[in-house]
Ligand binder design. Structure first.
Ligand SMILES: Nc1ncnc2c1ncn2[C@@H]1O[C@H](COP(=O)(O)OP(=O)(O)OP(=O)(O)O)[C@@H](O)[C@H]1O
Ligand SMILES: [Mg+2]
Length: 330
C-alpha cells in the first residue's frame, strides 16, 4: 500500500488577542490508500483543525503560523496554487461536517446547489462543463446512491424541507461528486438522533467499501470509530498520543490518556459499573504544559514527563507517545 496522506511534523499556531495558541504540536501521521482511520480526543484537542488542514480548508489568517508539511498523493498541499487546490478539493479530498445545514444554502433548491457543485468540479478537472440538464441527471444519480427516495422530486426541494438525516445524505452525495480518494468526515452524525446516526454510518461504510475510499473519521464517540475504522488515532491537546489497529488499542490501550478515554465510556450492559471521567481539564494552549502535554492529569507522571516531550514510538504493536507506556501496561 502506498501513502496517500503524509503529515509530518505538522504544527499550527494561531496568534490571537491573548497570545499565540499552539493548537497542533508536531503531528506525524501517514495514511495508506484504502485505510479507515478514526481520530478521537476530547473537545478542543485539534481534530477539526487537523482534518481541515488536509484539504487546506483551515483559515490561514496572517497570524496563523504553520510548520512541517502535509502531502497528498505525493504533492505538498501548502505549495498548491488555486487550481491545484480546486483539484485537491474536488478529486482528492472530500469533507463532510457535523452540521449539514451550515453547508447548504437556505435560499437555493437542493438541485440547483448540486448542479453548481457538479459543474464546478467539471471546471476544476478541465473537462467541458456539463449542461444544467445533464448535471441535474448526475445529481439525481448521486442522491440515489445515498439512498434518498424519489431523487427527481427532492432536487426541487429546499434545505429546510429536509430532515437532518436527509440533509447529511445530500452533503454526502455532494462530497462524492468529484470522485474523491479520501473522505474526511468530521463528526458527521453528532447532530443526528441515534437511529438516523446508525443509518448514516452504515451508508458511509457502504460507500467507503464500494468506492474504495480512504476514510478519516473524526468523532469523540469511540463506538462510532470502532464501528467504521480499523485504525484509531488518539489525540490530546494538539498531539497524537496513540496510533494503532482499533482492536489492539481498544483491547489493551497503552497511553494513560487512551485508558482514561475508554474508562470514561459508560457501559450499558453493566450500569453498576460507573464510567470514570478523566480528572482535570484539557490545558490552555496559550501556555501548554512542558514535556508531555498530558502530564498534569496523569497518575503515572514522573520528572521526565515534565522535562521531555515523549516521541511516538513502537510499543506492543502500536505507536504510543508516553515515557511510561511499559509501566502503563503493568
Ligand atoms: N481559526 C482559528 N483561530 C484561532 N484558534 C482556532 C481556530 N480554529 C480553531 N482554533 C483553536 O484550535 C483548537 C482546536 O480546535 P478544533 O476545532 O480542532 O478542536 P476539536 O478537537 O475539533 O474539538 P471538538 O471535539 O469540540 O470539535 C481550539 O483551542 C480552538 O479554539
Ligand atoms: Mg471538531
Amino acid at each position: 500500500m502506498s501513502a496517500l496522506l503524509e503529515i509530518s511534523g505538522y504544527r499550527l499556531a494561531f496568534d490571537g488577542f491573548e497570545g499565540r495558541a499552539h493548537v497542533l504540536d508536531g503531528i506525524d501521521l501517514t495514511v495508506a490508500e484504502g485505510e479507515t482511520v478514526g481520530i478521537v480526543g476530547e473537545t478542543g484537542c485539534g481534530k477539526s483543525v487537523l482534518a481541515r488542514s488536509v484539504a487546506r480548508l483551515v483559515d490561514m489568517p496572517p497570524g496563523c503560523v504553520p510548520g512541517g508539511g502535509i502531502r497528498f498523493a505525493g504533492q505538498d498541499v501548502f505549495a498548491m496554487d488555486q487550481r491545484g487546490l480546486a483539484r485537491l478539493r474536488g478529486h482528492g479530498v472530500a469533507m463532510i461536517f457535523q452540521d449539514p445545514m451550515t453547508y447548504l444554502n437556505p435560499v437555493f433548491s437542493i438541485g440547483s446547489q448540486m448542479v453548481d457543485v457538479i459543474r464546478a468540479h467539471d471546471r476544476a478537472e478541465g473537462k467541458p462543463k456539463r449542461a444544467r440538464a445533464a448535471a441535474r441527471d448526475a445529481a439525481a444519480e448521486l442522491l440515489d446512491a445515498v439512498r434518498l427516495p424519489d431523487p427527481g422530486r427532492l432536487l426541487d426541494r429546499y434545505p429546510h424541507e429536509l430532515s437532518g438525516g436527509m440533509r447529511q445524505r445530500v452533503l454526502i452525495a455532494m462530497a462524492l461528486t468529484g470522485t474523491p480518494r479520501l473522505l474526511v468526515a468530521d463528526e458527521p452524525t453528532t447532530a443526528l438522533d441515534v437511529t438516523i446516526q446508525a443509518q448514516v454510518l452504515r451508508l458511509i461504510a457502504e460507500l467507503v467499501a464500494a468506492r474504495r475510499l480512504t476514510l478519516m473519521l473524526i468523532s469523540h464517540d469511540l463506538g462510532v470509530i470502532g464501528a467504521l475504522c480499523r485504525r484509531v488515532v488518539v489525540m490530546y491537546a494538539g498531539t497524537i498520543v496513540e496510533d494503532g489497529a482499533a482492536d489492539v488499542l481498544f483491547a489493551a490501550p497503552r497511553h494513560p490518556y487512551t485508558r482514561g478515554l475508554l474508562a470514561a465510556v459508560p457501559d450499558l450492559a453493566r450500569p453498576a459499573h460507573r464510567a470514570r471521567p478523566i480528572p482535570g481539564h484539557i490545558p490552555n494552549l496559550l501556555q501548554p504544559p512542558p514535556g508531555c502535554r498530558f502530564h498534569p492529569r496523569c497518575e503515572l507522571a514522573v520528572g521526565r514527563c515534565v522535562a521531555e516531550k515523549p516521541p511516538l514510538r513502537q510499543v506492543d504493536g502500536r505507536l504510543v507517545a508516553c515515557h511510561r507506556a511499559e509501566e502503563a501496561a503493568a
